[in-house]
Design a protein around this ligand. Sequence first.
Ligand code: BTN
Length: 327
Amino acid sequence: MTTEEVLKLLQASPAHISGEQISKSLNISRAAVWKAVKQLQQAGYEIEAAPRRGYRLASVPDRLDAAKIAACLPDHPWLPNLQIFEEIGSTNTYAKQLAAEGAPGGTVILAERQTAGRGRLGRSFCSEPGGLYMSVILRPSEKPESLMHLTAAAAVAAMRAVEESCGVKADIKWTNDLVVGRRKLCGILTELSMDFDTRLVDAVIVGIGINCNQTSLDPAISDMATTLRHETGAAVDRNLLAANLVCAFYALSETLLSQKENWLRRFRERCITPGQDVMLLRGGEVRYAHAEAIGPDAELIVRLPDGSAESIASGEVSVRGMYGYTN
Ligand code: BTN
């Protein structure tokens, strides 16, 4: 209890606070203050101790913590089904397995790092400690065709959660990467599992990977990616970010169709792909086009060199000047 009270005082003091002030405010001995500070340091809090000036909280431990996430989401219906792993192959693969075993919608899996993180189109997703790796199981009752735009809605939900957590205004690169400037901040992988008898969607797994507090990125992606730490100049609170993502995905699951006009408007406002030259990749075929607009189901409308327009709903769309596509 004393340790928590000392922590609260440190958190409330942007400048140094003396051991004497702490001992007087809490009515405890100086030795008890010192013991509490030691315990906090052992738990990963960085506390500077300066002679005559006292203590200053320099940073809090960067650990995913179910209690801290729960504190941001009192009584949230998804909290009972939140799991956090130190290391996992892929949160999406695990969530798929749980969904097949009957886990309820709103099951949330988080991991500090992934050893086999998966990206779109069978690619791997670099998942070093410091990032946020999360999968959510949704059990929508809509038909698969109504869910085609879930990926785009998920990008809007993630964008809002990022902005609310640390003020970073990301944009969307069609269909669901979050970018800051020309660099990737976040990738989303949406996977459907179908019930072939009823032709209904049995479960949707939304997997999201956000570059947060990594101090360096894998050389393979460092030229084309950014982190929240880089954008804000300081480590961000990943527990708050995880809590805001849970809220945003909960809202999405409740209102995917009823709020379509809202999220589609936000998607159009923040999607940077229209107006750009793009390279379209599907089934091994490469084509070049100019992206013109976002259609009524969040599909990308492009103009091909022969003047015809086409609606793109899947496959890879690279934007010229981004992620190493330059020629
Ligand atoms: C992409 O950019 O191609 C999508 C990347 C999606 C990565 C996330 S991290 C959490 C979840 N688990 C995975 O294995 N992949 C997704």
